[in-house]
Design a protein around this ligand. Structure first.
Ligand SMILES: *Cc1c(COP(=O)(O)O)cnc(C)c1O
Length: 397
């Protein structure tokens, strides 16, 4: 049996395969260049055009584009009225931003455990976390697969909770045929370069609720309004505006809006290619002893952002770190998504106990994200599959 290379860094002649990468074409470059030659670098016509396009893609009534996905989550929490004393339930298997947005508002993130097979938040665990202080739930469509939306929506309705979806991974995904972005009270997207579509930095909140939409607009731009209907002391003076609440400057520039717009034109192609790669990986790894594949629920038509393999400790002798290093030695650079949020030192200092969510902690110990992006070639996919299989054979008990 061939021994895996020992991690000695990347040979200089080979570009390592990363876990994620953006894809920028001439249409993107031209769109950004046009903005640079136009009168508006920000607050121009590209922003409403992008928001309109995003509504068409997601089927949402309203879209508010902001400077990043974290800002999207933050203004969603502001619009939901999260404040000191409020609890908001989310998953620990996510990027810190899904909980930080609650902390920004003075609320307390509460971590429900995950389903050990889909890796998404477990509706039964959400229900078990509800207290009289619970105000909202922020499920995350982890890796792009939709959460069990109907079950979660029923719980939210029964307890009067606001449902904010973190869809940073899930642009293009559908749940029972409906696009993510059209379903919850508010849905938050990110266009960071590792995500499926990018604008460098960027985020969008969608909603079907006009009152929430107005609050999102205020929170994005200093709490300032020129809408007389929202003013306490309306005036005819043409320069007059009012700051009616405390907001932020979370605006997206027109360069970014133009880029995200041309990126969205490619979303069908991006989705298709990601699905092809996922199908190849699924097929290969279902038959690979030592690898556990993420379970897909039939309700989710998934545009996958991350491909996560779970190493089976009953089959493999190596640690996750050894596997990670051995993959790097094969020139394939993996990542781990995610360290459970409450295990991060900031949240540890707030007193969240270790072992709080056993399924999440067990999953974290075993997972690796392998390369998944639009421009990954079939040859590269085969290289990743061979490397994983080779290591599974080598480290087999
Ligand atoms: C990327 C990401 C965010 C934050 O998005 P940014 O645009 O990087 O601020 C939030 N939640 C999840 C699950 C993410 O993956």
């Amino acid at each position: 049996m061939e021994k895996p290379a020992i991690c000695g860094g990347t040979p200089a002649c080979q570009t390592p395969v990363q876990y994620g990468k953006q894809y920028i074409d001439d249409a993107d470059i031209q769109a950004v260049t046009e903005v640079l030659k136009s009168p508006f670098l920000t607050c121009g016509p590209r922003l409403p055009a992008l928001e309109q396009k995003f509504c068409e893609i997601t089927g949402a009534k309203y879209a508010v584009a902001v400077s990043n996905g974290t800002a999207a989550l933050h203004i969603a929490c502001i619009a939901a009225g999260i404040g000191p004393g409020d609890e908001v339930i989310t998953t620990p298997i996510t990027f810190a931003a899904s909980a930080n947005c609650v902390s920004y508002c003075g609320g307390k993130p509460v971590f429900a455990d995950i389903d050990p097979e889909t890796y998404n938040i477990d509706p039964a665990s959400i229900e078990a976390c509800i207290t009289p202080r619970t105000k909202a739930v922020i499920p995350v469509h982890y890796t792009g697969q939709s959460v069990a939306y109907d079950e979660i929506a029923v719980i939210c309705k029964k307890h009067g909770l606001i449902l904010i979806q973190d869809a940073a991974h899930a642009v293009g995904t559908r749940y029972k045929g409906k696009p993510i972005g059209s379903l919850a009270d508010m849905t938050c997207f990110s266009s960071h370069p590792v995500k499926t579509v990018t604008s460098g930095e960027g985020g969008i909140v969608t909603t079907n609720d006009e009152a929430l939409y107005r609050k999102l607009l205020l929170a994005r731009s200093h709490g300032i309004t020129r809408d007389r209907g929202q003013m306490t002391d309306p005036s005819d003076d043409p320069w007059y505006y009012e700051m009616v609440s405390l907001g932020y400057n979370y605006r997206l520039t027109d360069m970014q809006a133009a880029l995200l717009s041309t990126q969205l034109d490619k979303l069908p192609a991006f989705s298709k290619r990601r699905k092809e790669i996922v199908a190849r990986y699924d097929e290969a790894f279902r038959e690979t002893d030592g690898i556990i594949v993420q379970k897909e629920i039939p309700e989710s038509d998934t545009t996958r952002h991350l491909y996560v393999i779970q190493l089976d400790p009953d089959v493999l002798t190596c640690s996750r770190r050894e596997f990670f290093d051995a993959m790097a030695a094969e020139n394939i650079h993996c990542q781990v998504h995610y360290i459970p949020v409450y295990r991060l030192p900031y949240y540890q200092r707030l007193g969240y106990p270790k072992g709080l969510c056993p399924n999440a902690e067990r999953l974290y110990e075993r997972i690796l994200s392998i390369p998944l992006y639009y421009s990954l070639t079939d040859e590269q996919v085969d290289e990743v599959i061979s490397a994983v299989r080779k290591l599974c054979a080598y480290y087999h008990k």
